[in-house]
Design a protein around this ligand. Structure first.
Ligand code: MG
Length: 265
């Protein structure tokens, strides 16, 4: 989701570390999100509307005591209107669910976040609806591998750019585009916190990774070029060249010895 204006002064990083008790709260939020995804995943099929998926997710989260964190997120003049972002084919992220019917061969990206007991989670996944073209299969596999490699780069003493590099190099090695305008982020006390976790190595802040950090890592990888554009709904991001895009995201916690994936399912 789009980050609201940072309260911190430009160039000032405010990374809020989580203690054990706070970590337990974040884990509970992440568990609810994972459980919801496990129930949602089999419902993604040809003939289903994106709005049906959204209504299922909303009901599940609310029934389990959570609050859909994406719903009404953002600028008051154009808040995000749904629980899930559902982004299909050339849509990269922030697709708005509605009457669109999922069709055979579609790449369906799902992204959501939950607030539970004051703690936030964030995760995303992409699936292809059969029949799946080999190039689609490869896009999904490589994007998932980008996330796995990025998570493997998370350990105390490493830096955020090590995570970025893991995503970028694997995507490029496979000839894919990497979205630069949106990135991963700290999460836990709110939906988006410092630090930013880009999917490429730029000139931005490169903080050291320390225990107590919680970050959402989210490679957005395009079958074609890097470029993206925003539709006039003010939310949906699409690839500039119309190529398909995939998105996988986990919330992870930095531990004393490495990393723990909190949104595994
Ligand atoms: Mg995110």
């Amino acid at each position: 989701m789009k980050r609201p204006g940072s309260q911190a002064q430009k160039g000032t990083l405010v990374i809020r570390l989580k203690n054990e008790k706070q970590m337990a709260g974040i884990k509970a939020s992440c568990r609810l999100l994972s459980d919801m995804y496990a129930e949602l995943r089999p419902r993604i099929a040809a003939g289903v509307t994106t709005g049906e998926l959204d209504r299922f997710a909303h009901a599940y989260i609310v029934e389990h005591g959570g609050t859909p964190a994406f719903l009404n997120y953002g600028d008051r003049s154009n808040p995000f209107p749904a629980t899930l972002c559902v982004s299909i084919n050339e849509e990269v992220i922030h697709g708005i669910p509605g009457n669109r019917v999922i069709r055979p061969g579609d790449v369906v990206g799902i992204d959501s976040g939950i607030e539970l007991g004051g703690f936030y989670s964030d995760a995303a996944f992409s699936v292809a609806v059969p029949p799946v073209a080999p190039e689609t299969e490869k896009l999904l596999r490589v994007t998932r591998e980008c996330l796995e490699r990025a998570i493997a780069a998370v350990k105390p003493g490493a830096r955020i750019h090590d995570v970025s590099r893991a995503v970028f190099s694997h995507a490029r090695a496979n000839g894919f585009g990497v979205v630069r305008q949106f990135c991963g982020h700290g999460v836990g006390f709110s939906q988006h916190e410092d630090p930013q976790v880009p999917n490429y190595v730029g000139s931005g802040p490169n903080p050291r990774i320390v225990p107590g950090m919680v970050i959402a890592i989210e490679p957005m990888i395009n079958a074609g070029g890097d470029g993206v554009a925003e539709l006039d709904d003010g939310w949906t991001i699409v690839t500039l060249d119309g190529s398909a895009s995939a998105h996988f995201e986990h919330t992870v916690a930095v531990t004393a010895t490495g990393v723990e994936v909190l949104t595994a399912w």
